[in-house]
Design a protein around this ligand. Structure first.
Ligand code: EPU
Length: 441
């Protein structure tokens, strides 16, 4: 993970600063070939935190080489664990005594750090975690995490932006009903409940495959969990957990992003080592837009149409259309032959990137959580800025279709969720490269 040090030297001995890099794309090539998917970012991050529940040596396989994993490694090291990466394997040594805090500089860089609350409270009855602010997707409160842990006996105070949590007698099992099936709140409660005293039931729990994978991991550690992957999860607290070894499920968002890369270029891309069932709604919408999809148990292929057709969809919790595939799909629909209406139900500010697509010639009107996309015949390359992980990926996808050269800035956002995005697109025949910002001027 050395390459995620802010400043370093590349293979040719030249100094670089990855926070200042950009991707230059020359559009117009049809992508062809196959790409294998790595472990799911949103499973890996939570399972790295879950390891804090058991002292000893844990081993994880199929860990993607992405910035968020490196950042979560820093959070764990701050808490007292030691992380060593070897290719896609990660060994984590968790000590008996933890330093139960996640400071602002780490939480700001990665909001997912908030899931340390549950395990730290479960392990030592105390946690100090900086309150994450909003981000480019919206306000993103964590009230459901706090309310649920409160019901389990935790007390919270907010002091100078730090959430100080205590459960001196340990967490106690109870019934919790979530107002909305929040992924993070479900995970935090699960991570607290596995060592709590008694039985916890979470109603209206998130049903995402990453939650099911977290439960599989926790059960391997000795936890007792029923119903993960459904709306009602029941956890019977145990005295202690043991370290374990785990291979992550495939990243459905990485798979879906390469599928759109094939679709938007009218190419033919096969996605391997993935679970097409985890992308049912997204593949259905790609089919509706004119793509030909073939699939097996652990692969699927996409043949893109010359010009996609318009498609309407609304983002919803799993198994609905994933909000993290919305920007990529909007890039595709921006060159469709008609008008598409998109409703974003998960985040309150997820269309901020639309302005960047409009610089490339897309015709998009946004109003509150709706976007109307009138397909245009062509996009044209220009400088744009990646505002977040998925919007960053979507701008690169749009650039693959655009005429001429597009320069995507702030690509460290893309590094948060995609390992070697440029190299993998190059392997499919795309014409793009990564360089220091401004190197082309
Ligand atoms: N929400 C609340 N209160 C809460 C918790 C959530 O109002 O206590 C709201 C949020 O503000 C948001 C919505 O509920 O509007 C959904 O939040 P959720 O808790 O489900 O999402 P998350 O756990 O913060 C994870 C992923 C996101 C993904 C969402 C939805 C990780 C690290 N992040 O976030 O992934 O969009 O679930 O599926 O697992 C990404 O990978 O690019 C990404 C943003």
């Amino acid at each position: 993970m050395g390459r995620f040090e802010p400043v370093g030297r590349n293979e040719r001995g030249q100094t670089y600063n990855w926070q200042m890099e950009e991707i230059v794309v020359t559009g117009g090539r049809q992508l062809k070939g196959s790409v294998a998917v790595l472990g799911a970012k949103n499973a890996v991050l939570k399972q790295m935190v879950a390891m804090l529940l058991a002292p000893g040596t844990h081993l994880l396989h199929n860990v993607p080489g992405i910035l968020d994993v490196a950042l979560m490694g820093r959070v764990l090291e701050h808490i007292g664990a030691t992380c060593s990466f070897d290719g896609h394997a990660l060994t984590v040594e968790v000590p008996d005594q933890l330093r139960p805090e996640a400071p602002l500089d780490l939480v700001r860089q990665m909001r997912a750090s908030i899931v340390v609350l549950g395990p730290l409270l479960a392990r030592g009855g105390v946690a100090r975690v900086a309150l994450p602010g909003g981000d480019d997707l919206g306000a993103r409160p964590i009230d459901m995490h706090i309310d649920g842990l409160r019901k389990m006996g935790a007390q919270f105070e907010l002091e100078h932006g730090m959430l100080i949590a205590g459960a001196p007698g340990g967490l106690v099992g109870t019934e919790i009903g979530l107002e909305f099936p929040s992924v993070g709140a479900t995970e935090n409660l699960l991570l607290g409940a596995v060592l709590a005293n008694g039985e916890t039931t979470v109603h209206n729990a998130a049903r995402e495959p990453e939650i099911e994978d977290l439960a599989v991991f926790l059960v391997k550690m000795g936890a007792r969990i029923q119903g993960a992957g459904t709306s009602t999860i029941t956890v019977e607290g145990v005295e202690a957990l043991q370290p374990t070894t785990h291979e992550f499920l495939a990243d459905r968002l990485e798979a879906g992003t390469y599928a759109v890369a094939g679709a938007i270029t009218g190419g033919e891309v096969r996605i391997e080592r993935c679970i097409p069932d985890h992308l049912r709604m997204e593949l259905r919408k790609l089919t509706d837009s004119g793509c030909i999809i073939e699939r097996g148990d652990d692969w699927f292929s996409v043949i893109g149409p010359d010009r996609p057709g318009p498609v309407d969809f609304a983002t919803l919790p799993f198994p609905g259309f994933h909000t993290d595939m919305q920007p990529q799909m909007v890039a595709l629909l921006s060159v469709s032959s008609g008008t598409s209406v998109i409703t974003e139900n998960i985040y309150d500010a997820r269309f901020r990137y639309a302005g960047e697509l409009m610089r490339m010639g897309a015709d998009i009107t946004t109003e509150w959580q709706h976007a109307v996309i009138r397909g245009v015949e062509k996009l044209s390359g220009c400088p744009v800025i990646a505002p977040d992980i998925r919007a960053g990926a979507s701008l690169v996808l749009a650039a693959l279709r655009a005429e001429g050269e597009t320069v995507v800035g702030d690509v460290h956002h893309i590094d948060r969720g995609y390992e070697d995005f440029v190299g993998r697109l190059q392997s499919l025949g795309a014409q793009l490269e990564r360089r220091q910002a401004g190197a082309g001027t």
